[in-house]
Design a protein around this ligand. Structure first.
Ligand SMILES: Cc1cc2nc3c(=O)[nH]c(=O)nc-3n(C[C@H](O)[C@H](O)[C@H](O)COP(=O)(O)O)c2cc1C
Length: 210
């Protein structure tokens, strides 16, 4: 059975972002996909301190928050949905701290796991936040699922989001597209195998040479 890890960056387990993610979860369940929901917005999650220990251990040096546990779930998952409220035109800090660490610290391949970002705002800052979240996927070889509009809902409370009928429709279409992509990629892996990924070069111009 295909599985999808869903991460809610909001501190509100029943807030606006949760309402959007629940709409998607209903579709995943109807499509016979397993979901695992993690709430990270109400946890104390520190940012990456760039210590480099993960380069040797293959996981983050800190284990006092849900990052390493989430990394294990991410490794097993076929897809990752990240949802965030918009804070001053960006995804909220908890979610950013949370995403930086498993994406940076783990060595397992994220290649061809499907990603989808969802943002919730009252008025604005949604597309800038959406862009930030999508970059985790596109730097990792993860195909990005899309929908019939940018993946956003509007509201200050979950009740507001329930009235955002187009936003909820966007979530359902996003979940259907994501389920389709996950199945299509599984079939393609069987038929063609995974393509080669080159990782020979890591150019940072420290010495002025290639
Ligand atoms: C610190 C903070 C900053 C916010 N900044 C914005 C913003 O820039 N734009 C906006 O439209 N809403 C902003 N909001 C409102 C929330 O993003 C919005 O109500 C969101 O839907 C709440 O989602 P949640 O219930 O899942 O937490 C902000 C809220 C907080 C607490």
């Amino acid at each position: 059975m295909s599985s999808i890890l869903i991460v809610n960056g909001s501190p509100h387990a029943n807030g606006c972002t949760a309402a959007a993610l629940e709409e998607m979860t209903g579709v995943f369940q109807a499509e016979g996909m397993e979901t695992h929901l993690l709430h990270v917005g109400n946890k104390s999650i520190r940012g990456c301190i760039s210590c480099g220990t993960c380069g040797k251990r293959g996981k983050c040096v800190f284990s006092d928050d849900p990052v390493n546990e989430a990394a294990d779930l991410f490794e097993k998952a076929d897809g990752l949905v990240v949802g965030s409220p918009v804070y001053y035109g960006s995804p909220n800090r908890n979610l950013i701290s949370f995403l930086d660490r498993p994406f940076y610290s783990t060595s397992f391949s994220k290649h061809m796991k499907v990603g989808a970002a969802v943002v919730s705002c009252r008025r604005g800052g949604n597309t800038a936040s959406f862009d930030v979240l999508n970059k985790y996927f596109t730097i990792s070889g993860m195909p990005v699922a899309s929908s019939t509009y940018w993946n956003q809902v509007h509201g200050f409370t979950a009740a507001d989001v329930k009235k955002d009928l187009e936003g909820l429709q966007t979530m359902r279409n996003l979940a259907r597209n994501m389920a389709f992509l996950i199945r299509a990629i599984a079939d393609a892996k069987e038929k063609y195998g995974l393509q080669t990924v080159e990782r020979k070069f890591f150019t940072s111009f420290q010495d002025g040479k290639q």
